[in-house]
Structures are given as structure tokens and as C-alpha cells.
Design a protein around this ligand. Structure first.
Ligand code: ADP
Ligand code: MG
Length: 234
């Protein structure tokens, strides 16, 4: 039986986005370096692998086998057998590998396709302006097509840049990426924790958040840790 959603591997995060990663659409994690995007991507991959499905993982940053082992635990060796890893070295190869992934999808029962990160290699192409953004848009449309045709969840991560006009961090890829992704979570550092905030969702209000800490096994809830301290006698 096909399940409409794939668990992120975190019950708190699943609740935040309405029960997990929805199939046939793109979910995007956007955040600065070290906020936990790759951890969340690996956690979702492991969760899907543990359910018995395959995972296509397109990694542009250098896949950490050690981090996969930490999150997958004792089963890591067996689970890795259903992990189809692609490691493009440049933006053109990223597009080619999204295309090549289709062969894996045809021959295996894959539940999730991950692109971590969608914009790391694109960043090096920014001087090509319009042409580069069109190429990125085509890659995302291709991914979305795969998610729809093969009934998959699709998780992408997106890096941020500083927008001096508004003095804030903004996801790369402009509105093209923001339109194509139907669920967007922004990840920020909040004290010792990280906060995932819903900034776009098809059927849930924006602004909901979940606080977590990055741990060896993936993430753990930070519930209550960021609330203002109450004085002893109040
Ligand atoms: N085993 C671990 N235990 C606790 N924290 C870890 C562990 N491995 C990595 N981290 C932390 O995870 C963070 C990096 O997360 P990552 O998911 O790679 O971020 P991003 O992909 O957003 O750059 C760093 O702060 C690092 O210290
Ligand atoms: Mg990363």
C-alpha cells in the first residue's frame, strides 16, 4: 500500500508539516550554514530507508558516510544498500544527474528523492544571471515531474544570502524556487537550539515552528528550552 507521506524521522517535525513529507511535491529546507539542513535530509533518508523504500540522494556538498552511520545506527550497512547516491561536482552535472536518477526510479521502489543542496553549485553560476536561474528552474521542474510520475516525496535544501536592501537572509534561487516548492521550512539558530518555521504550506498556516537540537542520532526536541525563564517567586 502506498502511503501519502514519508516521515521526516522526527515526530515533532512531521506534526509541524501536517504528518510528514507529502508525495508528488517539493518540500524545501532553507537556512544558513550549520543550521541542520543536511542532518534533516539524512534523517528523512534514513526514515524512508527504514520503511523499506529506496532513497535517491543527490549530494552536492560531499556526503558524510560517518554522519549517515550515526543517524542510521546499527542498521546502517543494510540501509545503505537502498541508498542511491549521486554526487555532482558542478551545476551542469547536477542537472544531468537529476535526469539519470529516473533510471533508478524505474527499477527500484524509491519513496524519497533528496537534493542537498539545490543551490550550492548554482551559487557559482550567479554571474550568468538569467540563464543560470532558468537552468535552476528547469532542474526543479524536472525534479517535480519525477516526484509526480513516480509518486515520491522530494526534499531539497536551499542556502541563503544576505539581502542588503532588507537586511535579512533570503533563500537563493529567487521566486522561481519559492514558487516550485509547495512546503518551505526556514531553519534558524535560536540559542543552543534550531527552529524550523513554516514559511509556506498548502494547507496549514504560516508561522508554526518546532525547536530542536542536533544530536548524534539526528535531532531531539528542544521543547520549553527557549521559553523566557520564570522568576522563582512569580
Ligand atoms: N554527532 C553530532 N552530534 C551533535 N551535533 C552534530 C553532530 N554531527 C554534526 N553536528 C552539528 O550539526 C551542525 C551541522 O549540521 P548540518 O546538518 O551539516 O548543517 P547544514 O547542512 O545546514 O550546513 C553543526 O553544528 C555540527 O556541530
Ligand atoms: Mg549541508
Amino acid at each position: 500500500m502506498s502511503c501519502p507521506r514519508i516521515s521526516t524521522g522526527s515526530p515533532g517535525l512531521d506534526d509541524l508539516i501536517g504528518g510528514g513529507l507529502e508525495k508528488k511535491l517539493i518540500t524545501e529546507l532553507v537556512g544558513g550554514p550549520g543550521t541542520g539542513k543536511s542532518t534533516l535530509a539524512t534523517l528523512a533518508a534514513v526514515s524512508c530507508l527504514k520503511c523499506g523504500n529506496g532513497v535517491v540522494f543527490i549530494d552536492t556538498e560531499g556526503f558524510s558516510i560517518e554522519r549517515f552511520r550515526q543517524i542510521a545506527g546499527e542498521e546502517s550497512y543494510d540501509l545503505a544498500g537502498r541508498l542511491f547516491l549521486f554526487e555532482p561536482a558542478d551545476f551542469i552535472s547536477q542537472g544531468v544527474m537529476i535526469g539519470s536518477a529516473e533510471k533508478v526510479l524505474k527499477e527500484n521502489d524509491v519513496g524519497l528523492i533528496i537534493l542537498d543542496s539545490a543551490t550550492g553549485l548554482y551559487r557559482a553560476e550567479l554571474e550568468r544571471g538569467r540563464e543560470a536561474i532558468q537552468q535552476l528552474t528547469r532542474q526543479m521542474v524536472h525534479l517535480l515531474g519525477l516526484a509526480r510520475r513516480y509518486d515520491l516525496a522530494c526534499l531539497i535544501t536551499n542556502q541563503v544570502y544576505h539581502d542588503p536592501a532588507h537586511n535579512r537572509l533570503v533563500g537563493l534561487g529567487g521566486t522561481a524556487l519559492a514558487h516550485i516548492a509547495k512546503v518551505i521550512l526556514q531553519i534558524d539558530r535560536v540559542g543552543d537550539c534550531r527552529r524550523a518555521t513554516v514559511i509556506k504550506h498548502l494547507c496549514l498556516p504560516e508561522g508554526g515552528f518546532y525547536d530542536f537540537r542536533i544530536v548524534r542520532e539526528g535531532i531531539a526536541s528542544c521543547e520549553g528550552e527557549n521559553e523566557p525563564a520564570r522568576s522563582e517567586d512569580s
